[in-house]
Design a protein around this ligand. Structure first.
Ligand code: ADP
Ligand code: MG
Length: 323
């Protein structure tokens, strides 16, 4: 006998252990009652994952639950926000209790780590799995990390090692062969991204602009350039490549992967020269690492240069291969 929608909600979605004091009423009524702090801005973000578009239908549901929240927490991180609440719209082709149990475990494990309470949502039947999650967080007025604050002379930095999620995807499509010892770590970079919340919070008052990398470093940095009406020069030789990426691809292909592949959920941000020492002190404590990859310029557009000063072209043979 299939579960009713309401049993499903009670049994799985309302079963989280975490309760926040700023939730006056959570799951179970027509709406949640929330108590936002009076002295903060509320940051709201939403991301949707569609089966066969954003994930393989056979993906481990625990990882999917993690990722649905992680991609939204990544947006909060890129705003410099402290996470608080989430809502979840689930469209499912059928009720699969094993899937739901695992999905919720992945979701709630990550939620607990960042003190995020699921406060409501919607559950519907539909032709394919669609996971739409909205996250809410707080940031003091004037301290949000926006895309429009970069100025010429600011350094450009990235956390972690971009390109790994793209490598996992290329491997899944059989386009590249990842060595056996790298396979799990590369796969995890695609399926279990770690939101850079601590980094986003630390960058308040330090970074002049920030974005999280969901669509590729070059493209997402492009959003900062557009919004800030500036350009950038990146030194491709400075791109932080993971050992797995360096081992798998030659350096040109690895640069291309790091610059153009999505789903990394690292932070790309700019820091004025007078804050670079403060950043170095902060970043020394970051497990994920933090690398200076270029500089903001007055001249518009994104220029990619090699160590010898020659241009590196993004459009080259083989580029479509990985798309
Ligand atoms: P209504 O019909 O009034 O919109 P629902 O019957 O859809 O309410 O939902 C009942 C309760 O369960 C509500 O509090 C709603 O927020 C919550 N809920 C439903 N689906 C989800 C979900 N996928 N995740 C979290 N909470 C959910
Ligand atoms: Mg109602």
């Amino acid at each position: 006998m299939p579960l009713s929608e309401f049993t499903l909600i009670d049994r799985y979605l309302a079963a989280q252990s975490l309760t926040r004091s700023d939730v006056a009423l959570g799951i179970g009524d027509d709406g949640a009652l929330l108590v936002p702090p009076l002295d903060q801005h509320l940051v709201v973000t939403l991301d949707t994952l569609v089966a066969d578009v954003h994930f393989f239908a056979a993906t481990d549901p625990e990882r999917l639950g993690h990722k649905a929240l992680a991609v939204n927490l990544s947006d909060l991180a890129a705003m410099g926000a402290l996470p608080a609440w989430a809502t979840l719209a689930l469209t499912l082709p059928q009720i699969d209790e094993v899937w739901l149990e695992r999905f919720c475990r992945g979701l709630f494990d990550l939620a607990r780590r960042y003190n995020v309470q699921l406060v409501g949502g919607d559950t519907t039947h539909g032709p394919t799995t669609v996971i739409s999650l909205q996250a809410h967080g707080f940031v003091p007025p004037n301290q949000a990390l926006r895309r429009d604050g970069a100025r010429p002379g600011d350094g450009i930095y990235v956390t972690g090692t971009p390109g790994d999620a793209g490598l996992a995807l290329a491997a899944a499509y059989g386009q590249v062969a990842v060595a056996a010892e790298d396979r799990d770590s590369v796969q995890a970079r695609l399926e279990r991204p770690e939101p850079r919340i601590a980094q986003g919070l630390a960058l308040r008052g330090i970074a002049s602009a920030a974005v999280d990398i969901s669509d590729g470093l070059a493209q997402d940095l492009g959003h900062i350039l557009e919004r800030s009406r500036v350009g950038a020069r990146l030194d491709v030789g400075q791109l932080p490549l993971s050992p797995a990426l360096s081992r798998t691809l030659d350096c040109e292909a690895a640069w291309l992967m790091a610059l153009t592949s999505g789903d990394d959920y690292e932070l790309c941000f700019t820091v004025p020269p007078q804050q670079s020492a403060a950043l170095a002190t902060l970043a020394a404590a970051w497990d994920c690492g933090c690398t200076r990859i270029g500089v903001i310029t007055e001249a518009p557009g994104l220029r990619l240069s090699r160590a010898d000063g020659a241009d590196f072209q993004l459009e080259r043979a083989g580029y479509d291969h990985f798309r």
